[in-house]
Design a protein around this ligand. Structure first.
Ligand code: CTP
Length: 383
């Protein structure tokens, strides 16, 4: 189905298979749908050239491994080349997509997750599996993404690349982490410490970057906002520590991160398991707060060459000076400064007024714009 859909979308397709794959599908089927020779045996004399598996690396613009078994993912992560496909994978230097498909326990095993992270760090794009009925009869995560979804992601990626190559401002084809919304820090079973952030700014940036052909990982605190774009992978979290865990685990595989969340700086040291009751003596209640980890500063320390990091700052006084010092302290490339002193800007509004400060000292003060327009300005920082 995948080959057929790609051909229908205008691609020229050649298939390379492992011996195990031929237990599921025949060479004849693949040759018929692709209208091309199928490559299987590393040393086969039946091929026109004995080095055909290597010449394929120059022929294709992109290589899609579908379905990608735990075995082939492990080989790719370790650089093992012991058959036609793994040899081709090791020598291929252009866009590489991997569509994992396996049993849930295998998918969730630490070794497989480690291998997937290695591939992400190597620039391989993982088209995440879905939940559903698996080949082994069980139901759970590990089912290969639907062929239509794989084709959609490939087309979105190549559209993004085309935008990038045309020199236009719409860079795409990257994996970008975004944090958005507030965090809730639990006091007891029914109460929390939070803030008035709605997530509108972060969601607008996510939509903008996804529409430019990027894969967006949106880690969001509690919000009523919905995400529609298929290029956005949404991860819902509640507390700062959950946001920290999600952001630090995705950042290594991303080319950029934009942290717009209003993270609670403090959380109650203890969360009461039940609802706290009123005391009779009218003494009030003291909650001891401890500091949350600073996600942005942590990513600033993790940042590798080539990765970009953009933070937000919400200031009420000494705005420029404070924002500038946050930019340096947290090792950012840009900081987007919101001022609470500007009417129409900040929490809950559909408009915002920001000043963007660059690491090189550049300073751009915007006018009051819709959050959608501000999102475009922020997305342009990654071009
Ligand atoms: N931020 C974060 N983790 C935190 C606190 C803040 O990732 N625990 C991020 C926000 O998402 C934002 C930036 O840091 O991008 C600045 O947030 P802000 O609240 O303005 O600054 P703080 O670093 O918390 O400093 P202060 O509260 O002292 O102004």
């Amino acid at each position: 189905m995948l080959v057929r859909l790609l051909v229908k979308a205008g691609a020229e397709v050649r298939c390379a298979v492992t011996e195990h794959a031929l237990q599921f599908v025949t060479t004849l089927t693949l040759e018929t749908v692709s209208n091309n020779t199928v490559y299987c045996d590393l040393f086969s004399r039946a091929n026109k050239h004995s080095t055909e598996h290597i010449s394929l690396k120059d022929w294709g613009d992109m290589l899609v491994v579908a379905p990608a078994s735990a075995n082939v993912i492990g080989k790719m992560a370790c650089g093992i080349a012991d058959d036609a496909l793994s040899t081709l994978l090791l020598s291929f230097r252009k866009s590489l997509f991997v569509c994992p498909a396996m049993n849930t326990q295998m998918l969730e095993s630490p070794a497989l997750q480690r291998n997937l992270n290695t591939l992400r760090n190597d620039g391989v794009r993982i088209i995440e599996s879905e939940s559903g009925e698996l080949a082994c009869g069980a139901t759970g995560n590990g089912r290969m993404a639907e062929p239509e979804e794989i084709v959609r992601q490939i087309i979105r990626y190549s559209d993004g690349q085309a935008g990038e190559n045309s020199g236009g401002p719409k860079a795409g084809g990257r994996r970008i982490l975004i944090t958005a919304g507030p965090t809730y820090e639990r006091i007891d079973a029914v109460r929390f410490i939070g803030n008035f952030s709605t997530g509108k700014m972060g969601f607008a940036i996510a939509e903008e970057l996804a529409s430019r052909g990027n894969e967006v990982i949106l880690v969001t605190g509690p919000t009523h906002l919905a995400t529609a774009h298929p290029g956005i992978k949404r991860i819902d979290v509640e507390s700062a520590r959950e946001m920290y865990d999600a952001a630090t685990s995705y950042f290594p595989s991303c080319q950029a991160a934009i942290l717009s969340a209003a993270v609670a700086d403090f959380r109650p040291e203890h969360t009461a398991p039940n609802k706290l009751k009123k005391q009779n003596d009218h003494d009030g209640l003291t909650i001891h707060l401890v500091q949350n980890p600073d996600i942005l500063a942590t990513l600033g320390k993790m940042k590798r060459d080539g990765q970009r990091l953009i933070g937000f700052a919400l200031e009420t006084d000494n705005e420029l000076q404070n924002a500038q010092s946050k930019l340096e302290r947290k090792n950012l490339d840009f900081i987007v400064l919101n001022s609470l002193n500007d009417p129409g800007a900040g929490f809950g509004h559909d408009t915002n007024k920001v000043t963007i400060i660059g690491r090189d000292g550049t300073l751009k003060t915007g006018t009051l714009k819709t959050k959608k327009e501000v999102a475009k300005d922020v997305a342009d920082l990654l071009t």
